[in-house]
Design a binder for this molecule. Structure first.
Ligand code: GRF
Length: 208
């Protein structure tokens, strides 16, 4: 068993929260190096909030509509993250574009899961676009968050083969299973200090 204190993590969601659930499940293992201390949603009805509360994790909604500006909303989210003591921020289906100030405050400590093999298909509707492009392989990526959308240095990926007859939904379901595998792996690597983001914006593995 590891005696090291677990690194506190805040997870930001907007909806279902299945990746958040995968992080919580992993964090319950004694040797997992991180623990989820806070879940924050910009949507009050996000399913993930109740799921997190079921594990005794503080889960709060900070709706964008409660604030006059994006800057004020982000200030409230930052205040909640910092009050929780989180050292790592994991975006898990958080559907808001973050300002440069927000991103730079947590640079190297904020990660995101994206449903494609980046740099292919940043943005939305990734499964539809992979099918329309005739890809034979699709997948998912965990990356550091930088100012450019879905552009940060890659930490972990898993490929998913596209099968004949796949629809966006069947493909999304298999990619989601892969997401649930790689997100805890990537979070553990970051929490253990096995990977870091360099000042010139690369992901560097310890020893490399
Ligand atoms: C996932 O596909 C994730 O990659 C993307 O948004 C979706 C969130 O799903 N960023 P969930 O809320 O984690 O179930």
């Amino acid at each position: 068993m590891s005696d090291k204190p677990k690194v506190p993590v805040a997870v930001l969601i907007s909806g279902r929260g299945s990746n958040m659930g995968a992080l919580i499940a992993a964090s319950l293992h004694r040797d997992f190096p991180a623990k989820i201390v806070s879940v924050i949603s910009d949507k009050p009805n996000a399913k993930g909030l109740d799921h997190a509360r079921g594990f005794g994790i503080e889960a709060v909604a900070i709706p964008r509509t409660d604030y006059a500006s994006k800057a004020e909303h982000e200030a409230a989210v930052i205040a909640a993250i910092d009050a929780s003591g989180a050292k790592i921020i994991a975006l898990a289906g958080y559907m808001r574009l973050l300002s440069g100030d927000f991103v730079n405050r947590y640079v190297g400590r904020m990660i995101n899961i994206h449903p494609s093999l980046l740099p292919a298909f940043p943005g939305l509707a990734t499964h539809e676009r992979a099918l329309a492009a005739g890809c034979r392989v699709h997948g998912c990526t965990v990356h550091f968050v930088t100012e450019g959308m879905d552009e940060g240095p890659i930490i972990e990926q898993e490929p998913v083969r596209i099968e004949r007859g796949d629809t966006p939904d069947t493909l999304a379901a298999r990619v989601l299973e892969a997401e649930h595998r790689i997100y805890p792996v990537a979070l553990a690597m970051l929490a253990r200090g096995e990977i870091r983001m360099t000042s010139d914006g690369r992901a560097q593995y310890s020893g490399s």
